[in-house]
Design a protein around this ligand. Structure first.
Ligand code: ADE
Length: 226
């Protein structure tokens, strides 16, 4: 999969993909991420990409021209399956969306800043608008990093143990069961006996039951519980 990201703050996206699983995904050639500075397509030599909003009001708006030029230039080399704008008024991101986006070949992410982007870009280029939750951040960079991480780890071959993404919380709309490692007794806090029984069928049943209990208690809003 290839992901292009357009931003005015590429520095914010330098580190998130250079470690751990995202690094491995790229080292294995399963994921490529390219970050593009929007100011490359600025309207003047001062790097201008935003302007006051029509009708008045506080906050600058990202202009049509730089974004159009960026999107058109990048699209000339690649056919994007989705052009995604990260915005608090988009559809709320969840595991189902991550699963479905992980099946795409090529994505373009647009990070908003200031008061937002000119609405005409949303109308004419953007194919999907995604929010990472009901709160407002200073820009779309951290949401873009979250999207890339959630999608990247699902690409076949990225995780060592292929089954581990399948047992994540939210796959099946269930939260993951509790996990334990050595020692078996720490300060008198014991690991449940069942996990040491060696009976894999019983262990799987216990884990499923724990997932159900946890989901019912913590996330009764998830569809399985309605
Ligand atoms: N930009 C600012 N806040 C955001 C959010 N919650 N989700 C996506 N993009 C954003």
């Amino acid at each position: 999969m290839h992901i292009d990201i357009i931003t005015v703050l590429p520095e914010l996206l330098e580190s998130p993909f250079q470690h751990s699983i995202m690094k491995r995904a790229q080292d294995k050639g399963l994921l490529t991420v390219q970050v593009h500075q929007l100011r490359k397509w600025a309207v003047n030599e001062y790097g201008m990409v935003d302007d006051y909003q029509y009708g008045g009001g506080a906050g600058m708006v990202m202009m049509c021209e730089p974004l159009t030029k960026a999107i058109e230039e990048l699209s000339a080399n690649k056919k994007y399956d989705e052009i995604i704008f990260l915005t608090p008024d988009g559809e709320t991101f969840n595991q189902k969306m991550a699963n479905s986006l992980s099946l795409k070949e090529s994505l373009l992410l647009i990070c908003g800043h200031y008061k937002g982007i000119d609405e005409r870009i949303r109308e004419h280029f953007v194919t999907k608008e995604i929010s990472i939750g009901d709160y407002v951040l200073s820009g779309g960079e951290l949401p873009a990093a979250i999207l890339v991480d959630a999608i990247g780890r699902l690409l076949p071959g990225v995780l060592n143990d292929e089954t581990s993404a399948l047992t994540d919380s939210f796959q099946d709309n269930l939260l993951a069961p509790p996990v334990y490692t050595r020692p078996v007794d720490y300060r008198g806090w014991k690991v449940p006996d069942i996990l040491m029984s060696g009976d894999h069928k019983k262990i799987e049943e216990w884990r499923h039951e724990q997932s159900l209990i946890r989901t019912k208690e913590r996330r009764p809003d998830l569809p399985e519980n309605q």
